[in-house]
Design a protein around this ligand. Sequence first.
Ligand code: EPZ
Length: 445
Amino acid sequence: MSPLSVAALVGAFPVEFPAAIVYNSPVEKIRIQGRNDFQLKGGVRIGGSKNAVLPALAASLLTGEKVHLSNIPLVKDVFSMLKLMKELGLDYHLEGTNLTLEVPKILSEEASYNLVKVMRASFLVLGPLLARFGKAIVAQPGGCAIGLRPVDLHLAGLQRLGANITLEHGYIKAEADRLQGADIRFEKKTVGGTEHLIMAATLARGETILRNCAQEPEISNLCELLIKMGAKIEGVGEETVRIVGVDALGGADHEIIPDRIEAGTFLVAGALTHGDIRLTGTEPSHIMTTIEKLRYSGATIDIDGKTLHVVGSAEIRPQDVTTSPYPGFPTDMQAQFMVLMTQATGTSIITETIFDRRFQHVNELLRLGAAIEVLGDKAVVHGRTPLSGAEVIATDLRASASLILAGLIASGETIVNDVEHIDRGYERIEEKLRALGARIERFRD
Ligand code: EPZ
């Protein structure tokens, strides 16, 4: 069987968008007219989780039967992944936020570095291709704005499952007649590595035990999908996960969990603007650490089933935060929380323990008038500093969100460049904020 590989795509510009969604070209920007005393008020519906749907898409490669996913977020990364997998042989039908996937056969083409670099989660297709077809070739993901982001733990685990892995010219070639179960301990907690090995182990011969697994809700959501497909998995959501391989997996119907980081972002928006926002379609149990931190900072957050009601306080109390693996404070909320701390009455220390370069937003916040010093893995945030509008540039997804939040309370006009980052993980963020009263628009230069 010829080497199977992830399709080549140069420039992951999404295609086949629903007509209503026209994502930006690189020259698109977001303009915000902010005020220091601005308040967001109203309701917002939170979409499905980007970080849950991407591994679920990769998991659909494990079967030739139909997989139905609901509550899909219509964000750029999803369309990039679908385009990549379409080149693999994926047939899909998207209707609203309901997606039907089928991979009856596989074409073979080679992964493109340009694509995997832009959308690193596409690397997760390697394990499913290898597990189902015995061979796969995928470009090795590069680093990105928030850090080196190696995949050594993924590859070491696949080798322990019996894969023969070679690296040449920036491409990873993996082969195995059939993967063999093993007892594997992750050296450090890795969300993608845990997802990758669980998927590969579902079709391996015998039992696999994975130790020191990451425990993010997105991993549990993936496991629930795999179990519906016929996988034998115990320890869902725990540090030790046991998988007994089966010969084949079938189709399934599955709902993607709400995006806990989108929810956290809007909770911060409510706290930051002394606002009053109702978030519907959330899963509060997935963001309790963020909720508690916001409550300590003075915000009132009431939980009513899938609805979160946040009311910001006039005085924001400084809070020290250290990011850590779930259920700790999420690294994906660090930039957004930093903006809130610029308005706190005192000094806060934010420690980033997950990524080695996730303070790219600090320089841009300084341009808006924030008072922040970076000392190694710590950012010392002095509040309260009234912000004033300026032109800023987004470097990564969550940094983009933090700059938009800052623009809401910066007096005057803020222009956020490179908004293609924000569209990767937030669906129509300017429309959702405008519906809450923000003076925000997307425009082309
Ligand atoms: C996932 O990335 C998320 N992405 C990230 O969200 C999130 O920030 C991250 O988990 C941590 O929670 C998706 O789920 C698509 P890791 P992932 O493997 O899986 C190191 C967003 O904004 N590491 O848990 O790539 C790595 O460098 C994105 O939505 C290795 O050293 O993260 C990092 O320092 C940003 N070797 C740490 O582990 C490896 O083989 C955690 O990375 C793998 C990871």
